[in-house]
Design a protein around this ligand. Structure first.
Ligand SMILES: [Zn+2]
Length: 212
């Protein structure tokens, strides 16, 4: 979780809610775009990262990712309404069951570590009675910061799916790359850009309102 996404990176991908209704018409364009731009699996050249082709936009796996990211967006919305930077996260276990939800609570808890991802990881560990989260997928609306990226690697989460890149503190691929760094010994798969536009616009809107 970080704060940088609101100021930059605008206008690259204007996929919003209205797009879904026009999906068939622009399917070819979007599919091409997902394969070449915003939606990419991390670090295809990295020896640590597991890579596989991005799912087509009408693929069941894409629809599943979209469904869980919408849950994370809703959590982020609640955080924003409570005065927090709007970031939400959910964790789904290996069988596809929702086991943890969290939203940024840094202000409310006066806790610098209370990012949505950290809280979700802790909740998932309690549910599974195991800190080892192999097989689980973490969905978060914003590219994780260095703290959260480190925790994600430590948790052994199998797949990270996030919405918007964070140009200032994103530590998955944008400002830094913790999963593929020398301190990481976990092979983390990452899918970036699921519902990127709504995730980015939510943050931009929140910061815009704060400034106004
Ligand atoms: Zn964070």
């Amino acid at each position: 979780m970080g704060c940088g996404v609101w100021g930059v990176g605008c206008g690259v991908w204007s996929v919003g809610c209205g797009l879904w209704g026009r999906l068939r018409k622009i399917h070819a364009f979007i599919t091409h775009f997902l394969r070449t731009s915003q939606v990419t699996f991390m670090s295809e050249n990295s020896p640590k990262s597991r890579t596989y082709p991005p799912p087509p936009i009408d693929d069941p796996s894409y629809l599943l990712h979209r469904k869980w990211m919408m849950e994370a967006l809703e959590l982020a919305q609640r955080a924003g309404e409570a005065g927090e930077v709007p970031v939400g996260a959910v964790i789904v276990d290996a069988k596809g069951r929702l086991i943890a939800i969290a939203q940024n609570r840094r202000e409310r808890d006066n806790d610098p570590t209370a990012h949505a991802e950290i809280l979700a990881l802790r909740a998932a560990g309690r549910v599974l009675n195991n800190w080892h989260l192999n097989g689980c997928t973490l969905y978060v609306t914003l590219e994780p910061c260095p703290m959260c990226a480190g925790a994600i690697v430590q948790s052994r989460i199998s797949l990270l799916v996030y919405g918007a890149d964070d140009p200032k503190t994103g530590a998955i691929r944008t400002a830094a790359n913790i999963p593929d760094g020398p301190c990481s010994y976990h092979k983390l798969s990452v899918l970036a850009g699921i519902l990127e536009s709504p995730c980015r616009q939510q943050l931009q809107s929140w910061f815009s309102q704060r400034r106004g």
